[in-house]
Design a protein around this ligand. Structure first.
Ligand code: HEM
Length: 231
């Protein structure tokens, strides 16, 4: 490839970033996600997963490797999700969208069944049903998104992906509320299980509302000579 000037080289190098640049609303949403996720992972989860809390490490010892597998896959799902939802990636780099889509799907195909196993065999009975239901919904919404796109039904795929990622976010929301803010429902109001049910219902409704009312426009894919130049 030849460039007439250094300016055209710089323009060529910047093209992918310009194409996938999130809209201002998406920037705000990403900053919000970072603002919730950073304290959850840096302050709460990292010390647990690195074994710095001896009581916690002793409690999870019988299923420690499963929990680490679940956590690693969950974090990967959390990180890949935003790329899937940015329209610029879908429009200009469909292959990246497809590969990341399968990465996202695989992480949930591992993390959700592992969560069910841990919930059934290792956690408090009070939280068991809510956790199993949430993990099943997580798996179901993700598989529904896959089935929809295999049938080339883009609108339905978008809706189920939004629901799936909303459920991925429940981890951050629940841990932020309970561990960072220190808010917990009293036991006679349902305790941790009530928090899981409430967050599940709210995030799925929020995802539906966003898909119904907000359709961000992607920068159109280049056509004709412009497409050949930038290919
Ligand atoms: C929405 C579906 C999910 C369900 C049903 C679920 C379920 C569970 C369960 C049952 C545990 C064990 C808790 C214990 O041993 O006391 C757990 C722990 C954990 N999960 Fe998930 N999880 C989900 C999503 C995620 C996601 C998306 C992430 C990562 C972003 C994640 C990261 C972790 C981590 C780091 C732990 C261990 C530390 C802790 O309990 O706070 N999970 N999860």
């Amino acid at each position: 490839m030849q460039f007439k000037s250094s300016a055209s080289l710089v323009r060529w190098l910047l093209t992918p970033f310009v194409r996938v640049a999130p809209t201002p609303v998406q920037v705000v949403l990403l900053l919000l996600l970072a603002a919730f996720a950073a304290p959850v992972f840096l302050v709460v989860e990292a010390p647990l997963l690195l074994g710095l809390d001896q009581a916690w490490s002793a409690r999870i010892r019988p299923y420690g490797w499963l929990l680490h597998l679940h956590a690693a896959c969950g974090v990967l799902a959390l990180l890949t999700g935003p790329f899937q939802l940015v329209p610029g990636v879908r429009v200009h780099y469909p292959r990246v969208h497809r590969v990341l889509g399968y990465v996202y799907l695989s992480t949930i195909a591992i993390a959700a069944p592992v969560a069910i196993w841990i919930a059934v065999f290792h956690i408090e009975p009070a939280e068991r049903l809510a956790s199993v239901a949430q993990a099943l919904l997580w798996l179901f919404t993700t598989l529904a998104a896959l089935v929809a796109i295999r049938a080339t039904d883009v609108a339905t795929h978008r809706l189920w992906m939004a629901r799936s990622y909303a459920l991925t976010l429940t981890f951050v929301i629940v841990r932020f509320t309970t561990e960072v803010l220190g808010f917990r429902f009293p036991a006679d109001a349902g305790g941790a299980a009530a928090m899981i049910w409430l967050s599940t219902v709210c995030v799925v409704l929020a995802a539906d509302a966003i898909v119904a009312f907000w359709r961000p426009a992607a920068r159109p894919a280049p056509r004709g000579p412009a497409a050949r130049r930038s290919a």
